[in-house]
Design a protein around this ligand. Structure first.
Ligand code: ASP
Length: 324
């Protein structure tokens, strides 16, 4: 029997055209996916929604929250078996991870996009959409959290990141690799995620900054973040989670104000750990009260901190959630 798959188009290159005269890639009067998707009814019973058509740099946590609510509502009312979301690739990983953390169900949710717009040679949009529908209706995709499917690979929302500005194989999971492949004759999973997390939220009202450490960095941005009354900050620190000594005063001033400081690494492989005992070293930062995150990249740690802050402002509780 055909499965009921909810397909939500949100915009991005997959929904755009190239203007062959100017070379500009942009949305047109009509979303090309609307007619393309209607030709795919032999794959599944498709329920097609297009709540907005935005390039993904325009996506905020408001749209992410909207998608979460839309999926939960459709699940309650329409017996859907799976979901496919088409999305711009620039912030795709953030939306995918947001949904991963906030939707408690086990049915497959797949996020996809394209690197080439609908009328470019070698356009990958329709192909990725078909692959994603195939994954969303496959029993093996259940209970694995939100998945990201492009270029014949299946990645977890937690580990995947956009690694290349233009190549169709841009989505990779550094350190971990994909968990499955889309093959001509079937969907094959070769790895299983070890755990899942769920946080029930109804709104996002906090402000979290994301900054990157560099050689010779000082405390000025950290002081500015405190003065601008941010509710939290994620720092992409150096190596295993170290910072230049001149930032220590700024980190301390945030911690003194009870503003959580989450440390991730600007290295794209590996996890941060409190190893180094010199000034600004991870051990010293942790002793000061900085929270070490477990392998998330900066943009995803920011999404997690935003979600966590809707839940609790207690630094110890936030720390426990980040050790998960
Ligand atoms: N800039 C585009 C977007 O994120 C890139 C893409 O979709 O591939 O909307």
């Amino acid at each position: 029997m055909k499965k009921n798959i909810l397909v939500i188009h949100t915009g991005g290159t997959i929904s755009m055209f190239e203007d062959h005269e100017t070379g500009a890639v942009k949305p047109g009067e009509e979303n090309p996916l609307t007619s393309q998707t209607s030709t795919l009814s032999d794959l599944a019973n498709l329920i097609i929604k297009e709540p907005f058509n935005l390039p993904s740099p325009h996506i905020t946590t408001n749209e992410m929250l909207f998608l979460k609510d839309m999926i939960m509502e459709e699940y309650q009312n329409n017996q859907i078996d799976g979901v496919v979301i088409t999305h711009g690739t620039d912030t795709l990983e953030e939306t995918a991870y947001f949904l991963d953390l906030t939707i408690p169900h086990d049915f497959p949710i797949v996020v996809t996009g394209a690197m080439r717009s609908s009328n470019e040679i070698g356009s990958d949009g329709l192909y990725n959409l078909i692959s994603s529908i195939r994954v969303a209706e496959c029993d093996g995709a259940k209970g694995k959290g939100v998945l990201v499917v492009l270029n014949d690979e299946i990645h977890t929302a937690k580990n995947v990141t956009k690694t290349h500005t233009s190549n169709v194989s841009t989505f990779q999971s550094p350190q971990y690799g994909p968990i499955g492949i889309v093959a001509k004759q079937g969907i094959i999973f070769h790895h299983q995620p070890t755990d899942r997390e769920f946080y029930s939220i109804n709104n996002i009202s906090k402000k979290v900054a994301l900054i990157k450490a560099h050689a010779g960095m000082d405390s000025s941005l950290l002081f500015a973040i405190k003065d601008m009354q941010y509710d939290g900050v994620v720092i992409e620190a150096l190596g295993q989670g170290n910072l230049p000594p001149a930032t220590v005063e700024g980190v301390q001033s945030l911690i003194d104000e009870n503003i959580p400081v989450v440390v991730v690494s600007r290295c794209f492989n590996g996890i941060v750990q409190d190893v180094y005992g010199y000034e600004g070293g991870g051990k010293r930062l942790k002793e000061m009260g900085a929270i070490f995150s477990n392998g998330l990249n900066g943009q995803k740690a920011r999404i997690k901190l935003l979600i966590t802050l809707s839940y609790t402002q207690n630094i110890k509780e936030i720390e426990e959630i980040f050790h998960h």
